[in-house]
Design a binder for this molecule. Structure first.
Ligand code: CP
Ligand code: NVA
Length: 328
C-alpha cells in the first residue's frame, strides 16, 4: 500500500492513480476489519496520534466520521468550530497552522476559500486534510467511489456512465476527477451560469483521456441521464450561498432528480442489483431530489455512501500518518 506520509490531502487531482486506488482498497479493508461482528482486538494504528479538525462551516458527516474514525484507530480528534479557535478572528492561518502542527499529527479543515486550506498546508509541519472548500470535497469523492465499487464490483467502474445533475460545485469537481481517473464517462447537466470550474474540468478531461473515460457537458438533464449507471446530485444552495436561495430555486427549475429521470438510466440489473443507482452526499433537500428517488430502497445508495465517509477518512488519516493499514 502506497503511503501518503508527509503529503497533504487537498483534492483528488493531487493524488497519483496508485494512491487513489490504494486509498479505496484500504477503505474497504478497514471497513471489513472494523465492522466484523466480533473482532478479537481492534488494531489501534493511530495510538498516540491526534487530529485537529477546524470547521468554519457546519458539518454532520465529516465531523462525526472523522472523530469516530480516529477513535477507532486509537487516536484522538479535537473539534474546533468557528467559536472555538482564534482562527480568522484574532489569529492568522499561518500562526494557527504553525501552533497546531506542534500539538497534532494531522490537521483537517473545512473552509470557505480553497486558498485558506492551502495556506494552512503551506504553514503546517504536519499533513493537512481538506474537509471541503469552495472548490473541492475530496473526502466525499472517495466515499462515493467506494460506494460505487461496492455496488458494481471492484475494478468495474471503467466504462460506466456517471451523470451529475444540478450545481457545478465543489462536490462535483472531485467526484468527476475521481470517476474520470477510474475510466468512467462523466456527464454534467447544469443550468446556464452554474457550470463547474473550467480549469478543474480541463483536468477531468485530461484524466478521462488517459483512462479511456470521457467528459461532456449537456444542457438537458434528461439527455444527460440517458443510459447512465449513476445519477448524482447535491444541494442547489451550498454553504455560504444562502443569500442566493430564491434566485437558485428559480434557476434550477427542471433539474430535480425524479423517478422519470432515473428511468432514463441504464436498464436491468446485475446479480439482482439495479443497473442505475442514485448518489447524494447529503445534507439533502427535497427540491433537488424527490422522496421517491431518495428513499428508493434498491436504487438509492445515499446511506451506505454516508457510512463510507468514515471508512474512507480512516484510510486517509492512516495513510497520511504512515500507518498504511499494515496492522489491520
Ligand atoms: N457530505 C458532507 O460533507 O456532510 P457534512 O456537511 O454533514 O459533513
Ligand atoms: N456543496 C455542499 C456540500 C455539503 C456537504 C456545500 O458546499 O455546502
Amino acid at each position: 500500500v502506497a503511503s501518503l506520509q508527509g503529503k497533504n490531502f487537498m483534492n483528488i487531482d493531487e493524488l497519483t492513480d496508485v494512491e487513489l486506488r490504494d486509498l479505496l482498497s484500504l477503505s474497504a479493508q478497514l471497513k471489513k476489519a472494523y465492522s466484523s461482528p466480533s473482532p478479537p482486538v481492534l488494531p489501534r494504528p493511530c495510538e498516540g496520534k491526534s487530529v485537529s479538525m477546524i470547521f468554519q462551516k457546519r458539518s454532520t458527516r465529516t465531523r462525526v466520521s472523522t472523530e469516530t474514525g480516529m477513535a477507532l484507530l486509537g487516536g484522538h480528534a479535537l473539534f474546533l468550530g468557528p467559536q472555538d479557535v482564534q482562527l480568522g478572528v484574532n489569529e492568522s492561518m499561518r500562526d494557527t497552522a504553525n501552533v497546531l502542527s506542534r500539538f497534532n499529527s494531522l490537521l483537517l479543515a473545512r473552509v470557505f476559500a480553497h486558498t485558506d486550506v492551502q495556506l494552512l498546508a503551506k504553514h503546517s509541519s504536519v499533513p493537512v486534510i481538506n474537509a471541503l472548500s469552495d472548490l473541492y470535497h475530496p473526502l466525499q469523492a472517495l466515499a462515493d467511489l467506494l460506494t460505487l465499487e461496492e455496488h458494481f464490483g471492484k475494478g468495474s467502474l471503467q466504462g460506466k456512465v456517471l451523470t451529475w445533475v444540478g450545481d457545478g460545485n465543489n462536490v462535483l469537481h472531485d467526484l468527476a476527477m475521481g470517476a474520470a481517473r477510474l475510466g468512467m464517462h462523466v456527464r454534467v447537466a447544469c443550468p446556464v451560469g452554474y457550470e463547474p470550474n473550467g480549469e478543474i474540468m480541463h483536468r477531468v478531461e485530461w484524466h478521462a483521456q488517459r483512462s479511456g473515460g470521457s467528459y461532456v457537458m449537456e444542457r438537458d438533464p434528461m439527455t444527460a441521464a440517458a443510459g447512465a449507471h449513476v445519477i448524482v446530485t447535491d444541494t442547489w444552495v451550498s454553504m455560504g450561498q444562502e443569500e442566493e436561495y430564491e434566485r437558485r430555486m428559480r434557476d434550477f427549475e427542471g433539474f430535480q432528480v425524479t423517478r422519470r429521470m432515473m428511468e432514463q438510466g441504464a436498464k436491468g440489473s446485475n446479480a439482482g442489483r439495479p443497473a442505475c443507482v442514485f448518489l447524494h452526499c447529503l445534507p439533502r433537500h427535497p427540491e433537488e431530489v424527490t422522496d421517491e428517488v431518495f428513499y428508493d430502497p434498491a436504487r438509492s445508495l445515499v446511506f451506505p455512501e454516508a457510512e463510507n465517509r468514515m471508512w474512507t477518512v480512516m484510510a486517509v488519516m492512516l495513510s497520511l500518518v504512515g500507518g498504511e493499514g499494515k496492522r489491520v
